[in-house]
Design a protein around this ligand. Structure first.
Ligand code: 13P
Ligand code: SF4
Length: 303
């Protein structure tokens, strides 16, 4: 065990802290985390946590914010202040108000990749793991959905409902990097490989896929599938977990450069500093938190 890992473990015990890490975190962070998961799993873990006094949330802003909203009694720390998801910044509350005025009868469903003030304005949240089920659960044929345009198109295909994207062109800059041409090249090299892609990828990318799903759903698919090789269309951090859980299988990224720079801002050094100085404390104003919690809890009732 390295010195730094030992120091983190000691501080964690001393301060009654746990580390929750997203599937896109650096390998060395995943290896010391108490729990590694996708955004819904991490939210659920944070919500249900009883013992710990501190939750170090190694991911990006909106995920740590959801944890703070769902379990307001805990100190939730984001190790890097600048770890922000650019997609979550793409939807403003003004945009939501404008859309609501245009479509007063359409419910607003927001991807958890949004800021707390946006969540406070919606009817229900969803993640990539349950977006289809959330939309199906609504008694409405037209739904306002944001901020990811690709996920909006994916749920429209799956549910047959009219999905109006909010804003018109919200996207993830990392998932935008995947191109079907790269999958074709890899498929020529590994014709027996199964292709898994995240729904934040373009529709062209989704067409190349044997499986479309959230990061943790890809882990389940890879584990349960008898196929030995997989081409993976999501941020490269997931490959560490996939390889660890399936040492007898092979995983290839669909694009070497698919790195989310925001997720990768967290390092072991920053986790240590975060624990030591109890920074950066995630705070959400009470009024906003209460409304955002209601939107998140409605999601948990669906699935
Ligand atoms: P997951 O919920 O699938 O982990 O996705 C979160 C995310 O930010 C994808 O880019
Ligand atoms: Fe945001 Fe994309 Fe990074 Fe996910 S991969 S946190 S959507 S920028």
């Amino acid at each position: 065990m390295s010195d730094l890992v030992g120091k983190i473990q000691r501080l964690k015990k001393e301060k009654k802290a746990i580390i929750l890490a997203h599937n896109y975190q650096r390998a060395e962070i995943q290896d010391i985390a108490d729990y590694v998961g996708d955004s819904i799993e991490l939210s659920r873990k944070a919500m249900q946590e009883k013992e710990a006094e501190i939750i170090v949330f190694s991911a990006v802003d909106f995920m740590a914010e959801s944890a703070a909203i769902l379990n307001p009694k805990k100190k939730v720390l984001l190790p890097t202040l600048g770890a922000r998801c650019p997609m979550a910044q793409m939807l403003t509350t003004d945009e939501i108000k404008r859309a609501k005025a245009l479509y007063p009868n359409a419910p607003v469903v927001l991807y958890v990749n949004t800021l707390a003030e946006a969540k406070a304005q919606c009817d229900i949240c969803c993640t990539s793991a349950n977006a289809v089920e959330v939309i199906r659960s609504l008694d409405a044929e037209t739904v306002l959905f944001g901020p990811d345009r690709n996920l909006a198109e994916y749920v429209a295909e799956k549910t047959g409902k009219t999905i109006i994207p909010l804003p018109e062109w919200g996207f993830c800059p990392t998932h935008l990097l995947f191109q079907p041409e790269d999958v074709s090249i890899l498929k020529k090299q590994h014709p027996d490989a199964a292709v898994m892609v995240h729904p934040e990828c373009s529709s062209e990318m989704r067409k190349t896929a044997d499986f479309v799903g959230s990061t943790s759903k890809m882990c389940v698919y890879a584990k349960n599938n008898s196929t030995k090789k997989f081409i993976v269309g999501t941020e490269e951090g997931l490959l560490h977990r996939l390889r660890k859980e399936n040492p007898q299988k092979q995983f290839f990224t669909a694009y070497e450069g698919a790195v989310c720079p925001n997720m990768k801002l967290n390092t072991l050094d920053r986790i240590y500093a975060s624990l030591k100085e109890e920074k950066y404390l995630v705070k959400v104003p009470q009024k906003i938190a209460d409304k955002a919690r209601a939107s998140l809890e409605r999601m948990f009732q669906v699935n």
